[in-house]
Design a protein around this ligand. Structure first.
Ligand code: NAP
Length: 496
């Protein structure tokens, strides 16, 4: 991309919503492109998005640290899988080092954006009650940002502390307490081993088990860190990691239920269960999923299963029916007395842009346009919503556990290319044409229907909407997505 997109006096005003990894990356690349007129609105008091909100004990990344950093800000990670404090400090460092502080509006969300044809931009309503204007709107809010809060009968009557993992309440002393953890997804698999040595008892409520892959997390040795500081070693390691992760998606066989490679993965999952629970056949049985391997995003953890075998941990392999003042009642009607209730119940991924109403050219909101089917061309842009781009939008979640950083990098570069083409052509508005968007939607539907995530045996999954359709996960390997997003195909867009 050219060093400068446009002379400064013609600069578009850009609003980025969200100061998580996507928003930060967009800010850095805008600055590098010579666009200084941008603001990053962040509803939280600190930057970091997911790595700020998720401060529960044990929070750490579950892909290798050296792939989990921006290419423009390599980092000397202390562990194979960095923990939340290190990740958050890294992101704050990037914001400072790359000159984003003057562009930040912390504690200020964007709640509404209304397109104005005459002004070629969006009128913004901010959570502070103020209004603002931008020509280009970039959503970096991601999609694992709205906690899924259950509505069990009696929940409001619980007398002890009760909170979601993404809103951890550190003020409570959990020493010696009986703590219920509801949920057994990626988050719970980190919370449970972290709580087990600290608390009196952990009672884990499991509605449906997930497949677990041991992660092998540990501190890097000094020698490993020294080696990884070499840009070449770093590059080769990353390339190897991407190859190992992404080759699973080539041809899709790994994710096709019943295929030999899918069954091979399942055998490995069962072997791990048998090994770790050799002395606990009850746990082996309770933790064995009834859906094919990869049916949901796998849980990467080496210490979750071992934690379940500890004497102060009880697995209740049942859903929650209700809550009482002092306990949790399981689906069979048994009440389990607890002092603290931790909701590791995940998020509302299909509820894209839950807190941002975007009103397009015809006066309709994006949510009305979607009608429960969140979709976007390349996961980023929608006909009728000019100059609007989503990072980590519909259909771009990496269900197989790939690195979102690279995926997000592809998206940010694509958005920058779209802006460059618009501005250098002397235009102010860019909008994806309905035909390529419809074609992309069909291609997505056909592809996703063949993936294991869509298998009818996978019932409880945050990938599916209430109609059982998947609009969240990407069925394509990241290199394919990279190839599609390397540059904007002008025939896909209209400019004005
Ligand atoms: P999740 O995978 O959606 O898991 C939520 C858990 O809560 C599931 O076990 C679910 O049971 C259970 N649950 C939800 N509602 C329930 C209800 N009403 N009653 C009983 N159980 C209920 O959420 P998550 O663990 O927070 O992970 C979400 C995503 O965040 C992951 O897929 C991953 O992409 C990401 N993540 C990443 C990391 C990392 O290290 N990078 C760490 C954590 C999370 P069912 O299985 O029966 O639905």
């Amino acid at each position: 991309m050219s060093a400068s997109l446009t002379p400064r006096r013609n600069e578009p005003v850009v609003a980025i919503v969200g100061a998580g990894m996507g928003g930060i990356s967009a800010g850095v690349l805008l600055r590098r492109a010579g666009i200084g007129s941008f603001t990053i609105y962040e509803s939280a008091e600190r930057v970091g998005g997911t790595w700020w909100h998720n401060r529960y004990p044990g929070a750490e990344v579950d892909v290798d640290s050296y792939v989990y950093s921006f290419p423009f800000a390599r980092h000397d990670w202390s562990r194979t899988h960095a923990r939340q404090p290190e990740l958050h400090a890294y992101l704050e460092g990037v914001v400072t080092d790359h000159g984003l502080i003057p562009h930040l509006r912390l504690g200020t969300g964007v709640t509404r954006a209304v397109w104005d044809d005459d002004l070629a931009g969006y009128h913004l309503t901010l959570s502070s009650g103020e209004t603002a204007f931008c020509n280009v709107l970039i959503s970096g809010v991601g999609f694992l940002n709205v906690p899924n809060l259950p509505d069990w009968p009696g929940l409001a009557d619980f007398t002890g502390p009760c909170f979601h993992t993404a809103r951890w309440e550190p003020q409570h002393d959990l020493t010696g307490k009986r703590v219920a953890v509801v949920g057994t997804g990626s988050t719970a698999s980190q919370v449970v081993p972290a709580l087990q040595p600290l608390v009196g008892e952990v009672v884990v409520f499991q509605r449906e088990p997930g497949w677990v892959i041991p992660k092998g997390d540990r501190d890097y040795t000094a020698e490993e860190r020294r080696k990884l500081r070499s840009p070449l070693v770093h590059l080769v390691r990353r390339a190897k990691w991407y190859w190992a992760t992404e080759k699973r998606l080539w041809g899709g066989a790994t994710y096709r239920p019943g295929s030999p490679v899918n069954q091979m993965a399942e055998r490995a999952g069962r072997a791990y269960l048998a090994k770790v629970f050799a002395d606990r056949p009850d746990l082996a049985e309770a933790c064995t999923p009834s859906y094919p391997f990869w049916g949901k995003r796998p849980i990467y953890s080496s210490d979750y299963y071992p934690a379940l075998t500890q004497p102060n941990v009880t697995l209740v392999p049942k859903a929650v029916r209700s809550v009482t003042a002092r306990g949790v009642v399981d689906a069979d009607g048994t009440e389990h007395p607890v002092d603290v209730l931790v909701l590791a119940t995940g998020f509302q991924p299909v509820n894209y842009l839950a807190h941002l109403a975007v009103v397009g050219r015809d006066g309709r909101t994006l949510h009305d346009h979607w009608a429960g089917e969140p979709r976007a061309f390349l996961g980023m842009t929608v006909p009728g919503f000019p100059n609007f781009f989503m990072l980590y939008g519909p259909g771009t979640n990496l269900a197989h556990g790939g690195s979102l950083i690279f995926q997000s990098e592809c998206q940010v570069r694509y958005v920058m290319d779209a802006l460059r083409r618009t501005l250098t052509g002397g235009h102010r508005v860019i909008e994806v044409r309905p035909e390529p968007a419809a074609e992309y939607r069909e291609r997505y539907r056909n592809e996703i229907a063949q993936m294991v995530w869509a298998h009818p045996s996978v019932t409880h999954t945050h990938f599916k909407n209430s109609r059982g359709e998947i609009w969240t996960a990407s069925p394509w390997p990241v290199p394919t997505y990279w190839a599609w997003t390397r540059s904007v195909d002008p025939t896909d867009f209209t400019v004005a």
